[in-house]
Design a protein around this ligand. Sequence first.
Ligand code: HEM
Length: 182
Amino acid sequence: MIDPAPEHPYPDSRRPDATPTPHALLTPVLGLLGTWRGRGQGGYPTLDADFVYGQEVTFSHDGRPFLRYEARAWLVDAGADDAPLRPAARESGWWRIQPDGRVEALITQPTGIAEIAVGRASGDTIDLSTHEVALTPTAKQVDATRRRYTLTDDDTLSFVFDLGAVGQPLQHHLSASLRRVR
Ligand code: HEM
C-alpha cells in the first residue's frame, strides 16, 4: 500500500554544506544560500515621501542548477524603533544559473508583474537587468529594473534596486543591507 502523504523525498536546502550537494553550476552563487533579513530605504519621484522598510530574502536549492528565490518586505516607522506599519512588496521566482556565471531569473509579484531578468554572478556581485516584463491588465506600468546583490562579507548582503516605471526613467527605488539569519 502506498502512503498517501509521504514526505517530499527531495527537500530544498538553504545550506551549501548539507544534502543535497549543490549542483556545480551553483558555485558562483553558493554564498547567497540561506535566509537574510535587514532594513532598507526607498523612494521614487512619483511618491510623496521616501520610506523605510524591513526585508527577508531566502535562496534555496534542490540539487539542480537553479535557486529558488523568495523576498518579502514590510514598511516600518523609523521614528518608532522600526515598528511594522504594513506588509509591502513580495516576490518569488527561480534563478537559472548558466555556465560562466550567467543568470536567468524569472520573478513574479502579486502586483501583477512578471519579470525575466538576465545578468551574471561575478566575484561577490550578482547584477540582473530586465530582459522582458509582462504585466497583468491592471498592473502598474513597469518597463525596466536592475537588481544588484553584493556579498560584502559572508554574512552581509547589500541589495540595490533601480526601477523604470510609470513614465519615469530607470533610477533608484530601493537599497537595503541584509544580515544572514542563523
Ligand atoms: C523591498 C521591496 C519594495 C518595497 C519596500 C517597495 C515599496 C514601495 C512603496 C512604499 C511604494 C508606494 C506605494 C505604496 O505605498 O504601496 C511603491 C511603489 C511602487 N513600486 Fe515598489 N517596493 C518594492 C519593490 C518593488 C519592485 C520589485 C517593483 C517592480 C518590479 C516595484 C515597483 C513599484 C511601482 C511600479 C510603484 C508605483 C509607483 C507609482 O505608481 O507612482 N517596487 N513601492
